[in-house]
Design a protein around this ligand. Structure first.
Ligand code: NOJ
Length: 971
């Protein structure tokens, strides 16, 4: 944010400047604040490798020796170590360790580290410790992997039926990953693997003749060879590097590494969140992009909607996809990483360049997107079920200024019958931005206001940022000093101080275990007396944002617990803060409640700690459009609980634009309106008709769909399957859909959404991949099944947008409008049945109490619904999705669980069947003689073959319970 960078400027001047910026029509990121590849010494060195690799005679200087079974604590584990030699330096050695994991259908892990360095340094090897559920995942037994050797290569066969092969070529060093005999991934095919070894500044580098004082030759004295053919010309910034007014002391000198990874026969790769780029990643070698995709978490002001620039989070994961297979790669590195992508005819090539750390690659074998999600989830975990209210509507702005304002918002939402679950407080609630300390002038009784909001079934969220005001009368600062948990400067002993909202601040080092229990205590109701069980937390600025630091963050030579430099851990920093707050919220109540913590910064594994959002977007159509692909990318990278500021953070959207934002937001996993402090108030109740009613209906639509969302979140919590699914995930054989990133499916519900993201639109084209009819959710217009892939035009007047139900699905929804989601648990359900082309349909519903951990003890209801066409009749049935020891866990019975008993009596109040071929003569519940009340509307789509309004059978009050098994016969 522009006003982040004030340093010692005066605030009035800054405010004027900010205003000028906001009122100017040109919005653009401040490129000068952030490094490009050529401004980064390691990226310059490693990127130019790929240029040199085009020259004659270029080859990999690295070769392997025969691999040995690795001695490890797991004696029987499938692990081998290959010594690596480099012809560049005769006395420098590396080692490649190849592990085959027990979990994830045969995940292979490749690690490279330098061995035997005489220098007292180590490469950072703890990214896995924080990202993975289990830093050293169990290895499969050695007997499950067949090792063979031939002509300078080692071949490992593994996987459930030995269908996977990892071929390690010794010289040249090249790794091939094969599935069913076909090459699907190459590592170091282009000979770009390079690991810079540790060297001593005093002993080795020589001055370049005639060069400037601080130039050093990029070669070790121990080597007589010319290494420039591979490593390039001497670089003057191996040991000290400048950017703008900052100098990075780089005490360990160069330690970057590079590796190329290619995906033969593939045209699309996805991942590398977070970038504001298309889901299918375009090339970076000119044309659309010239800079590599950059992973270096930053607080960026006015980010661009189409760029490879770094944003707030970093997930070094890619999926490669063609019509035959999917394969994934996770590079566990937390230092700055840049990835070049190119699309030659042979497939997609990537070049990964990281500033520090070991190389730790995990090959996810696929063979399809859903297997990739499970494999990635087995490594990094999933998002636990969030509290159900967190899927409702969140109202935020910077800032609700006092308790009257907060209560007025509640009153106005109630008056206008607009559902609302959560009201947010941004930084101004805190006295001098000292989080935890409420500004008592504006919030004289914080407990009272929270209780009042809570009494309506609602919650509040307050922001707690990581910067801590340096003032002795601030208890958090005093404690942090006493506990010695503050991040240190390069000398390793002095507390690092920087500038943020609070003015001069320090940052807790959440890598330090001593900080964890202390931080937990901060949120205990006994300690934070102004907090209640209705209050949840927002962790912002955790990249970390440091207004007067390099690239608006911490100096890279800052020191964290264990002596690691900030450069080594930077991309994990935000996750550690998120993790600590998540753990604190789980700990504050007995019995524990689910936590809700929103974070801006994230890394692989952050999904375990809660939601994230896409930061400071702009109120423009382009940004709104860009959000869909960003959120899809986040979803496939494991961040299934994500959203974007509805309305756009900056700017004042027109009513039309705001409505479109709401429609898009109502179908984001996390649905929150938010706005910058200088924007006009834009709560939906402030608008004239028809805008107000359209926004109300849109928010209500979200509440209607809450059971669908909660069921999608349940699935995501089990195996990481996205809550927003792009076309390639749902139809991995349909290459025509791979590049589509402006429409998506909600979980496994069959709901297909395409937000409208341009002005004055009355209709939009939707791509349909499969041979099923699709039904417009709003008016039941049917697009018949077809064997050809096609675009259909769906009307989108301002009140609606393309929202289709794929034939073959059953949506369990709740149609009663309530003040908040917590008041809906006893409400009846409607089942919307969209018949497939053969008259079939299926759906599911997951329910629990919505905020305890009772579900982990089986306190839940998980039901399936099915429509079976049989002998001229149609049977709609309800059945339990899980059974344990022959007893249905979810049905009501003496042995049924407490939650199921509690909601026994919750009815299905209506069943709507779309697309029945003929008018029924009788509708009844199996075993009952009385007919049910039903209404038939023939529709205009004769026999379901032509486009038009679908036939509609509405069964009124079928008197069946949601938790019980039943059959309804339509004869
Ligand atoms: C930056 C965040 O991205 C934004 O959402 C928030 O309103 C401001 N910080 C103030 O806390």
């Amino acid at each position: 944010m522009k006003d982040h960078r004030l340093g010692a400027w005066s605030w009035p001047l800054a405010c004027l400047l900010l205003l000028a910026t906001l009122t100017s029509t040109t919005w653009a990121a401040k490129h000068g604040d952030f490094k490009t590849c050529s401004q980064s010494s390691f990226c310059r060195r490693l990127r130019s490798l790929s240029e040199r690799s085009q020259t004659a005679g270029f080859h990999s200087p690295y070769s392997l020796e025969e691999g040995q079974h690795s001695p490890s604590s797991q004696q029987d584990g499938a692990s081998w170590t290959f010594p690596i030699n480099t012809e560049l330096y005769s006395d420098i050695k590396f080692a490649l360790t190849v592990d085959f994991l027990e979990k994830g259908d045969g995940i292979a892990r490749l690690r490279v580290d330098e061995v035997g360095s005489k220098l007292p340094w180590k490469r950072y090897n703890e990214a896995a410790k924080w990202a993975l559920v289990d830093a050293e995942p169990a290895l499969t037994s050695v007997g499950n992997v067949k090792k063979g050797s031939s002509k300078g290569q080692t071949v490992f066969k593994y996987g459930a039926s030995g269908q996977l092969e990892l071929v390690i070529g010794h010289a040249p060093f090249k790794i091939t990953f094969r599935r069913d005999g076909e090459d699907v991934m190459y590592i170091n095919e282009r000979n770009l693997f390079h690991m810079e070894h540790f060297r001593s500044k005093e002993e080795t580098p020589a001055q370049v003749d005639g060069g400037s004082e601080d130039q050093q030759v990029f070669s070790a004295a121990s080597s007589k060879k010319d290494t420039a053919w591979f490593e390039g010309e001497p670089d003057g910034e191996l040991w000290e590097e400048r950017f703008s007014k900052w100098t990075d002391s780089k005490p360990k000198g160069p330690e970057a590494f590079s590796v190329d990874i290619s995906f033969p026969g593939v045209e699309h790769i996805f991942g590398l969140a977070e970038h504001a780029s298309p889901l299918s990643l375009p090339s970076t070698d000119g044309g659309r992009y010239t800079e590599p995709y950059r992973l270096w978490n930053v607080d960026i002001f006015e980010y661009e909607y189409d760029s490879t620039m770094a944003l707030y989070g970093a997930i070094p994961l890619v999926h490669a996809q063609n019509a035959k297979h999917s394969v994934g790669l996770l590079s566990l590195v937390a230092s700055e990483t840049l990835v070049d992508v190119t699309h030659p005819k042979s497939g997609v090539q990537t070049h990964w360049m990281s500033e520090s750390g070991i190389m730790d690659l995990l090959i996810l074998p696929g063979p399809d997107p859903s297997s990739l999600f499970k494999q990635y989830a087995s490594l990094t975990g999933t998002t636990d079920l969030p509290p159900q209210w967190a899927l409702g509507y969140h109202q935020c702005r910077w800032n609700y200024i006092d308790d009257t304002d907060v209560l007025e918002v509640q009153r106005r939402f109630d008056e206008e019958d607009i559902p609302l679950d959560v009201t947010w407080l941004d930084i101004e609630y805190a006295e001098e931005h000292r989080y935890f300390d409420w500004d008592k002038k504006h919030f004289p009784d914080p407990v009272k206001v929270q209780n009042e909001v809570g009494s309506k079934g609602r919650k509040m969220v307050a922001i707690v940022d990581p910067h801590i005001k340096r003032t002795e009368d601030f208890r958090i600062y005093k404690d942090a000093q006493e506990q010695n948990v503050i991040t240190k400067k390069a000398d390793g002993t002095t507390n690092f101080e920087g500038w943020c909202w609070t003015g001069s601040s320090v940052w807790v080092d959440f890598f330090n275990p001593a900080s964890w229990s202390w931080w937990k205590d901060m949120f205990s109701f006994n300690v934070w007396k102004d907090s209640t069980k209705y209050l949840y937390i927002w962790n912002d600025m955790n990249e970390p944002s440091v207004f007067d630091g390099p690239e608006i963050s911490m100096p890279r030579d800052n020191v964290h617990h264990g002596g690691w430099e900030h450069r080594d851990v930077h991309n994990i920093n935000g996750m550690m803060f998120h993790r600590a707050t998540h753990d604190a919220l789980v700990a504050r109540e007995e019995p524990a409640k689910r936590s809700f913590v929103l974070s801006r910064s994230f890394f692989a594994g952050s999904q375990r700690y809660g939601a994230i959002w896409t930061g400071d977007n702009m109120g423009t159509w382009e940004h709104m459009a860009g959000e869909t692909s960003m959120l899809l990318s986040l979803n496939i990278c494991g961040m299934t609980f994500c959203g974007a500021d509805v309305g756009g953070f900056f700017g004042n959207p027109t009513p039309e634009m705001l409505i479109r934002w709401y429609q898009a937001g109502a179908f984001m996993p996390f649905f929150r309106a938010h706005a910058h402090i200088d924007t006009k108030r834009r709560e939906p109740y402030l608008y004239d008709e028809p805008y107000k009613s359209i926004m109300r209906d849109t928010i209500r639509l979200r509440y209607t769909m809450l059971p669908v969302w909660y069921t999608a979140f349940h699935e995501a919590s089990l195996d990481g399957t996205p809550t927003m699914r792009p076309q390639y995930v749902v139809f991995p054989k349909d290459v025509n859909g791979f590049a589509i990133d402006d429409q998506y499916y909600v979980g496994g519900s069959g709901l297909l959404v395409k937000p409208i993201t341009a002005a004055s639109m009355n209709s939009a084209e939707v791509y349909l991949s499969d041979n099923q009819p699709y039904y417009n959710y709003f008016n039941h217009h049917m697009y018949p099944a077809s064997t050809s892939r096609r675009h259909v035009t769906v009307p989108a007047p301002l009140e609606t947008f393309p929202l289709l139900v794929q034939g073959g699905n059953i949506l369990p929804i709740r149609e009663r409008a309530r003040r908040a989601s917590t008041l809906m648990w006893r409400d009846p359900f409607t089942l919307v049945i969209a018949l497939g082309r053969g008259g079939e349909a299926e759906g599911e519903l997951y329910l629990d109490d919505g905020d305890s951990f009772g579900y982990q003890r089986g306190e839940y209801v998980w039901r399936g619904f099915r429509v079976v066409p049989e002998r001229g009749q149609t049977v709609v049935s309800s059945f339990a999705k899980v059974e344990e020891n022959g007893t249905s866990l979810t049905s009501y019975s003496a042995t049924g669980n407490e939650w199921a008993r509690k909601i026994d009596g919750v009815r299905v109040e209506k069943i709507v069947v779309l697309g029945l071929q003929k008018k029924p003569s009788k509708v009844s519940v199996d075993g009952e003689v009385t007919e049910l009340e039903w209404v038939w509307e023939a529709g205009k789509a004769a026999n379901g073959k032509s486009e038009g309004t679908a036939s509609r059978l509405t069964i009124k009050n079928p008197s069946v319970q949601i938790v019980r098994a039943w059959n309804i016969r339509i004869a």
